[in-house]
Design a protein around this ligand. Sequence first.
Ligand code: EPZ
Length: 418
Amino acid sequence: MSSLIVQGGARLTGRVRIGGSKNASVAIMPATLFGAGPTRLEDLPDINDVKVFSEILCALGARVDRQEDGSVIIDPTGLSRWDAPYELVKRLRASYYLLGVLLGRFGKAEVALPGGCDIGLRPIDQHLKGFRALGAQVSMEHGMVKLKAKELRGAEIYLDVVSVGATINIMLAATMAKGTTVIENAAKEPHIVDLANLLNAMGARVQGAGTDVVKIRGTDQLNGCTHAVIPDDIEAGTYVMMAAATHGDVRVENIIPQHLDSVLAKLREAGVIVEENGDWVRVAAPGRLKAVSVKTLPYPGFPTDLQQPFVAMMTTAEGVSIVHETIWDNRFGYANELIRMGARIKIDGRTAFIEGVPKLFGIPVCSKNDLRAGAALIIAALSADGESEVDGMEYVDRGYERIDEKMRSLGATVRRAG
Ligand code: EPZ
């Protein structure tokens, strides 16, 4: 396991540039396989999930090349496989988007069910409900999801739960179906809109992405295009909380502030100065933060992926904060490590009660298989007294591009170890 050594106590100041969205990238990369020619992706972040997906796409016969200028060209013309075995996909949960793409492209798909972060059960029943509605036969054998369809036909699909993954996977398969598909109770996350923009740039006809009704009129020919991936709202929120937790003054650049509305509102409630301006926000927190309560919800609610960084930030706030996690059934595993650092946290099911303390103390801590838990422990280490060693950086590197370099540029004393 690789780790990060963090000297606590520095106020973060300066400017940090946010990279492309991890959760948009892992949907957009497989979507480019629909193209009759290559697609150029700009602002695709240099993170482990993108590296792993690149290896997977190459194993299926596509070519993925990062250019001198940082853009990435994905050429699907050599795509020859419609199966993705476990050894290929086990490192990347989002590989399940290959189900929608390969089904749309070949009329069949066999993809191993991957694991994923330790945040609770990760069902895909809504994905499969959508594929069946489009006319696919679905079977599960030896951990493989197998799909087959003589012909995909548009359908009306009502999602039982608001699911980002199911919305995206059904959008992908419906793109190549005959006729029109309507997804109701769809998720509205920014990366769903970004995927729709990519598909439409390739010649698809997707309407309503970002609302809870998405309409996809199928087509049989998509072409390559050029697309810039949207900035990562979760990375941005993480740096905003690093700045607030260290009582710093930071300008977080290359973001879409509207994507962070719920987060910035909560920070203002906590007494943080937040200045929004076009594609950047300035965050300053001279005094002690005030305790604030939050409930995680699908977009545009407070994002579950910033629940852990938020709890870490609240450990030294004045008063008691209550955080209720509505999306995942086991996303407080990291709280034990914060308690070892001196935090006062009680967990009751999906609710955390955080009683603010004056200080945390730096110690060795370990983030289990959840990159956002790792981010939370880094935030706690930055604001703690003394040195911490945060283990499990291989998980953090899945979704945070060059996090140690970016933190050093803001004045943090951090170095990699192991
Ligand atoms: C995506 O996961 C993100 N991952 C997660 O981010 C994020 O936490 C989640 O959306 C919610 O925003 C990617 O985009 C790669 P869901 P996903 O389907 O699509 C239930 C990170 O840290 N559900 O929206 O798997 C499910 O159990 C990761 O970057 C079903 O019941 O999440 C959950 O309670 C962690 N049946 C809820 O819906 C299904 O078929 C939301 O899940 C699918 C989901």
